[in-house]
Write a protein that binds this ligand. Structure first.
Ligand code: HEM
Length: 423
């Protein structure tokens, strides 16, 4: 994600609204005292609007945690799918405000919410829904009468070089991406939504992720490099319209939505950590500490892909990650990356690159999330090249993959994906 941040005032006002909601409506004005304008904003009190033209969690500045879940639809009834989407919309709007998924009853007869977030703020929670190919056709069957409405851009991703996809971490009919400034708030959201879908959806895979960066700066991934620098700027609507928001005539119900690719990419940290910094920088094409392109001074300096050293060698190496993924070498293609690191403890691995170690290693890496107006001109061609030539492949393995059509945002009174179900 870029380091474009919300203007501090807007974020403060959101925090003020959250504080007001917690204290009672009359407290909003009281909360915004001069003294508090000087205070750092409490990330737990931030509130991101759920309703809007676009879904939250796509161009929203990245929160510190994510919980990404992919569910399979187990019902054959179209009405049940619609009913669940309506229920989810209400619950997601409530939770985004910092409320429980459903109102808590006065008696002790029902437990409509796990309650583990009581007393916590909204923590900037965003909940983003997406539809996988299985909503449109499932094992050759048109379960819900939606086959003809499948957008051409919702492609089945091809197999890429080196893919080692695990079925239990791949695919899915529905995406729920919850991002928040608190791990428990993010998990809570998915947990309540999944529970509401009992008998209609079943969990396929889920992945927690985190992101740490000094306030206002590009965060570093587990390889130690700043990640997100050369994203298209979310502050430029023209760029978002061109590269992120869907606008294809074959699926007008997706206008203002986006196509989201999720890849679980394991990084062999044990191997990476034995590499000299100079080599790591050659792999990436950027300097580690400053984040600048090799040969440049500042993180935001433009990549000069033509620069050569005194011996005529390219300064940014031929097979470096940034050269191969930059728009100049991909027919102008750009994607909006909004990834998180993950760290799932350890497992026994046999490495696929020299020195072919066989040992217990970290199961850690990147939960890569990329939004685009069309994966056929975005993720697919870029990853085709990376999968074949990227020097980083010595250290990374794609073990999970999914693609979703994330519909546009919701108006109050409507529900997520309503346009798809209109006849
Ligand atoms: C573990 C896997 C990955 C890691 C650790 C990683 C890390 C990075 C880093 C450090 C940068 C430079 C800073 C920046 O501009 O953000 C970068 C740039 C980029 N990456 Fe990745 N990346 C990974 C996988 C991917 C994949 C799978 C794709 C797409 C198919 C991708 C696409 C890009 C793009 C488009 C850029 C911007 C290049 C530019 O225009 O300068 N990355 N990545």
């Amino acid at each position: 994600m870029t380091n474009d941040q919300d203007p501090p005032r807007r974020r403060f006002l959101k925090a003020g609204v959250a504080a007001g909601a917690a204290l009672g409506a009359g407290s909003v004005a009281h909360a915004a005292t001069k003294a508090q304008f000087k205070q750092p904003i409490d990330p737990m009190l931030m509130v991101e609007p759920f309703f809007g033209e676009h879904q939250a969690g796509i161009v929203t500045p990245q929160q510190s945690h994510t919980y990404v879940a992919s569910l399979d639809l187990t019902t054959d009834k179209r009405e049940e799918v619609i009913g669940l989407l309506k229920e989810w919309t209400d619950a997601a709007a409530r939770m985004s405000r910092g409320d429980t998924a459903k109102p808590l009853p006065a008696d002790d007869k029902a437990a409509p919410d796990s309650g583990d977030i009581l007393g916590l703020g909204a923590a900037g929670l965003t909940i983003t829904f997406g539809f996988g190919p299985g909503l449109f056709t499932h094992e050759g069957k048109d379960r819900y009468g939606l086959e003809k409405r499948r957008p051409a851009a919702l492609v089945d991703l091809p197999r890429f070089n080196g893919d080692q996809l695990l079925p239990q971490k791949t695919g899915g009919d529905i995406l729920i991406q919850a991002c928040a400034n608190d791990a428990q708030v993010a998990f809570h959201a998915v947990r309540q939504l999944a529970r509401m879908g009992y008998g209609i959806v079943a969990m396929r895979w889920a992945q927690a992720g985190f992101l740490s960066g000094p306030r206002g700066q590009t965060p570093r991934n587990l390889m130690g490099f700043k990640d997100g620098t050369n994203n298209p700027s979310t502050a430029k609507p023209a760029l978002m319209n061109q590269f992120v928001w869907a606008n294809a005539p074959d699926a007008p119900w997706m206008n203002g939505g986006t196509y989201t690719v999720v890849r679980r990419i394991r990084i062999t940290l044990e191997h990476w950590d034995t590499m000299e910094r100079g080599f790591q920088e050659q792999v990436m094409g950027r300097e580690k500490y400053s984040g600048a392109p090799i040969g440049k001074k500042n993180e935001t300096d433009a990549l000069d892909l033509d620069a050569t050293d005194k011996d005529g060698n390219q300064v940014i190496p031929e097979n470096s990650h940034v050269r191969l993924s930059n728009q100049a070498t991909n027919n102008g293609a750009q994607i909006l990356r909004r990834s998180y690191s993950y760290n799932d403890g350890t497992d026994f691995y046999i490495e696929r690159w020299p020195p072919w170690r066989q040992e217990t290693e970290y199961d850690a890496g990147l939960i890569f999330v990329a939004h685009q107006s069309d994966p056929r001109t975005g993720f697919v061609p870029i990853n085709e090249r990376l999968a074949k030539f990227d020097m980083m492949n010595q250290f990374t393995t794609h073990v999970g993959s999914a693609v979703f059509a994330c519909p546009p945002g919701v108006r109050p009174g409507s529900f997520i994906g309503a346009g798809l179900f209109e006849t």
